[in-house]
Ligand binder design. Sequence first.
Ligand code: ATP
Ligand code: MG
Length: 234
Amino acid sequence: MRRPGGDGGLPRRATQTLPMITLALSKGRIYDDSMPLLRAAGIEVLEDPEKSRKLILPTSRPDLRVVLVRASDVPTYVQHGGADLGVAGLDVLLEHGDGLYRPLDLKIARCRMSVAVREDFDYAAAVKQGSRIRVATKYTHTARQHFATKGVHVDLIKLYGSMELAPLTGLADAIVDLVSTGSTLKANHLVEVERIMDISSRLVVNPAALKLKREPLRALIDAFEAAVGGAAWQ
Ligand code: ATP
Ligand code: MG
């Protein structure tokens, strides 16, 4: 078929347009901790998500925009191409499963995933006796794997938030939740009895985008990598 221009190539304007790169972030901790990394890569987000209601934020790079999604929706956006890359906690990624490149540990939003119980619950004895333990958590996949590996019998109860409440109301004997300072547990008379894993946020990339927009994405991933390295020396 004949193309306008006649030289068989794309019109000149199209060849000069950079492909748009979409980065998915969630508001709060991940957004706040991602900003210094973006800044180190020479990128500024041009609008404050706390002041604006916009969900698509322009950046100082005309070919890069940020989309704001729920923390647990980041992997879905990236996997299905709603975003080319995104920042998500390892906790969220493990629940999401496969389908993403997980190229870079950004070492931000660090915490740990732990088992906690009420101060007056003898977890060690319950495990030793082989009792069935009721565990409330948002992280059912990770929790199931953890207890299966340990050979502990559990009934998992899926919750979407405020896990600390479950042992206090008798809904569960234990919870699997994220802990950073431990002050929330303490305030609710809970104690950490097992540390399952360390958690930090990862930069995840859509595999098809990595092929189609290889050079700009590679450059962006490299810039993030340099920023993480730089931050680690300070
Ligand atoms: P939502 O608040 O929308 O229900 P969320 O609780 O998953 O979602 P955030 O609280 O912003 O959202 O947590 C985002 C990520 O930050 C988590 O997936 C986890 O990796 C990390 N994170 C959560 N809690 C802590 C914490 N106490 N300290 C450090 N990092 C944390
Ligand atoms: Mg939260």
